[in-house]
Write a protein that binds this ligand. Structure first.
Ligand code: EPZ
Length: 424
C-alpha cells in the first residue's frame, strides 16, 4: 500500500488525461447487480480500492465476479448474483467503506432480509443513515438497531408510496430507489438527489427492466416490476476526477485535455466558479480542454447538492485559491468537518481563516513545500495540487486515502509531464 507521495515543485501540467468511470456511480451500480435475477455486466469500472471493497461485500453475500481489463484505466466486471445465500454486511467490510450501506435497499427488495453493520462516524462528518432507513421503512421494511447492526426484514412485501426526503441525500436516494424498483405499485420520491450518478443508476436499472422516470429532477417516479434481467451497462465518466485534473492544470498554470466526457455539462456549477477563478474551458471531440487563463482570480462559492457546487471538489478548489490575487470565501454546506486540508495548507504557507462552515482564503504569492497529512480522499488530492505548485519538496503522508477514489494518479500525471514519487 502506498503511504506517502513525494513531490518536487513547481511543476506544470501539459497533456492529456483519460478520465476513468465514476467511483460514485460504480458503487451503487455494483450494488444494483443484487436486484437482477442473474447478474449484471458493467463496463468502464474504475480500478479503485473502493470498487474492490464493494466486490468483496458482494462476494461475502455469495455472488461471484469475473474481471476483464478493458484498458489501463477501466475494467469490465461481470457479477453473477444467482448464488447469493448470505444476507449480512459485516463490520470488517463496512468499516472500510461507508457506501456498503448501498447493499441494504437491493438486499431487502430481492431477499426480504439484510443485516448491515452501522457505519459510524468518519473524518468528514457524522454521516448518519437515518434517511436511508426512513425511506425503506416507508416502503414496508421493518428495521431495528441491535449490537451495532441494522437488522432489516420485509414481512409482507415492499409497497410503493409517496416519500419526501427530509434532506437531499445521494446514497439515500439511491438506496430507496433500488428498493422501490421491485416494490408493488408506484413510488414517488420527492426532494430526491439529482446528481449525474443517481441518473446513471436509474438509467442502468431501466436497462435491466425497471420503470423509472424523473431521474435528474427532484421527483423520481418508480413503477414497480417483478424482476430485473441481466444487462451490460457502461459507467458514467468521473466528473470529480475531471474537475480535480482541471484544477491541477490551473494551479500549475498549464493545460489539460480531459478525455471521456463533456465535463462542462457534467459540472455546471464547478465550471462557472472555475471560469470566474481564471480557468478557460473548451469542448473538444472527445472531452473538455482546460487551460489556465493567466491569473488566479479570487471567487466566493458554496457547496450544495447537484446542480450546486460539488463538495467533492471543494478541497481542490481551495488549494487553487490559495494562490489567488485577493480573498475568496468558501462555504461548506454538506459536511460539517470538511476543512481539514486547510490546516495542512497552512503548513505550506497558505493564509486561511476558518470559522464554522466558512473558510476565508487570502491569496499568497507562493506556497512552499512541506510535509503534510492527508485526512480524506479529496483532501489528499488538494495537497498534491498544492505540492505541484509549491516551491521545493512536499511529502503528503497517509496518501493511501487517494487510492480509494483516484486511479493510477502517478501514471495520469506522468502523461502530462509531471512526476510524483509514491512511497510504500
Ligand atoms: C455521497 O455521500 C458521496 N458518496 C460523497 O462522496 C459525497 O461527498 C456526498 O454524496 C455529497 O455529494 C457516494 O456517492 C458513495 P449524502 P452520501 O447522504 O450519499 C446528511 C467522496 O469523496 N445525511 O448526500 O453519504 C449527511 O450527514 C465522497 O467521493 C443525514 O443526515 O452523502 C450530509 O450532511 C465522500 N442522514 C448530507 O446529508 C442520512 O441518512 C448529505 O449527505 C444521510 C445523509
Amino acid at each position: 500500500m502506498m503511504t506517502k507521495i513525494k513531490i518536487h515543485g513547481p511543476q506544470k501540467i501539459d497533456g492529456v488525461v483519460q478520465i476513468s468511470g465514476a467511483k460514485n456511480a460504480a458503487l451503487p451500480l455494483l450494488a444494483a447487480a443484487i436486484l437482477s435475477d442473474e447478474g449484471l455486466t458493467l463496463k468502464n469500472v474504475p480500478p479503485l480500492q473502493d470498487v474492490s471493497t464493494m466486490l468483496s461485500l458482494l462476494t461475502s453475500f455469495g455472488a461471484t465476479n469475473h474481471i476483464k481489463q478493458e484498458s489501463r484505466y477501466a475494467m469490465e466486471v461481470c457479477i453473477k448474483t444467482d448464488s447469493i445465500d448470505s444476507f449480512v454486511a459485516p463490520y470488517e467490510i463496512v468499516k472500510k467503506m461507508r457506501a456498503s450501506i448501498l447493499a441494504l435497499g437491493p438486499m431487502l427488495a430481492k431477499f426480504a432480509q439484510c443485516k448491515v453493520s452501522l457505519p459510524g462516524g468518519c473524518a468528514i462528518g457524522a454521516r448518519p443513515i437515518d434517511i436511508h432507513l426512513k425511506g425503506l421503512e416507508a416502503l414496508g421494511a421493518k428495521i431495528r438497531l441491535e449490537n451495532g447492526y441494522v437488522h432489516a426484514t420485509v414481512p409482507s412485501g415492499l409497497r410503493g408510496m409517496d416519500f419526501t426526503f427530509p434532506l437531499v441525500s445521494v446514497t439515500g436516494t439511491e438506496n430507496v430507489l433500488m428498493a422501490a424498483v421491485l416494490a408493488e405499485g408506484t413510488t414517488v420520491l420527492r426532494n430526491a438527489a439529482q446528481e449525474p450518478e443517481v441518473v446513471d443508476l436509474a438509467n442502468c436499472l431501466n436497462a435491466m427492466g425497471a420503470k423509472i422516470s424523473g431521474q435528474g429532477t427532484d421527483t423520481i417516479v418508480v413503477k414497480g416490476v417483478t424482476q430485473l434481467k441481466w444487462t451490460t451497462y457502461t459507467v458514467l465518466p468521473d466528473r470529480i476526477e475531471a474537475g480535480t485534473y482541471a484544477l491541477a492544470a490551473g494551479i500549475t498554470r498549464g493545460c489539460v485535455d480531459l478525455v471521456g466526457g463533456n465535463f462542462r455539462e457534467l459540472l455546471p456549477a464547478f465550471t462557472k466558479t472555475a471560469e470566474q477563478a481564471g480557468l478557460v474551458f473548451e469542448d473538444t471531440n472527445d472531452g473538455t480542454r482546460v487551460k489556465f487563463g493567466g491569473e488566479i482570480v479570487p471567487v466566493n462559492f458554496e457547496t450544495g447538492p447537484h446542480p450546486g457546487y460539488p463538495t467533492d471538489l471543494q478541497a481542490q478548489m481551495m488549494a487553487y485559491l490559495c494562490l489567488a490575487k485577493g480573498e475568496s470565501q468558501i462555504m461548506e454546506n454538506i459536511w460539517e468537518n470538511r476543512f481539514m486540508h486547510a490546516t495542512e495548507l497552512l503548513k505550506m504557507g497558505a493564509d486561511i481563516q476558518l470559522g464554522g462552515s466558512l473558510a476565508k482564503v487570502r491569496g499568497v504569492k507562493a506556497l512552499s513545500g512541506a510535509t503534510v497529512q492527508a485526512t480524506d480522499l479529496r483532501a489528499s488530492f488538494s495537497l498534491v495540487l498544492a505540492g505541484l505548485a509549491a516551491n521545493g519538496e512536499s511529502v503528503v503522508d497517509r496518501a493511501y486515502h487517494l487510492e480509494r477514489g483516484y486511479s493510477r494518479v502517478k501514471e495520469k500525471l506522468a502523461g502530462c509531464g509531471v512526476e510524483i514519487e509514491l512511497m510504500g
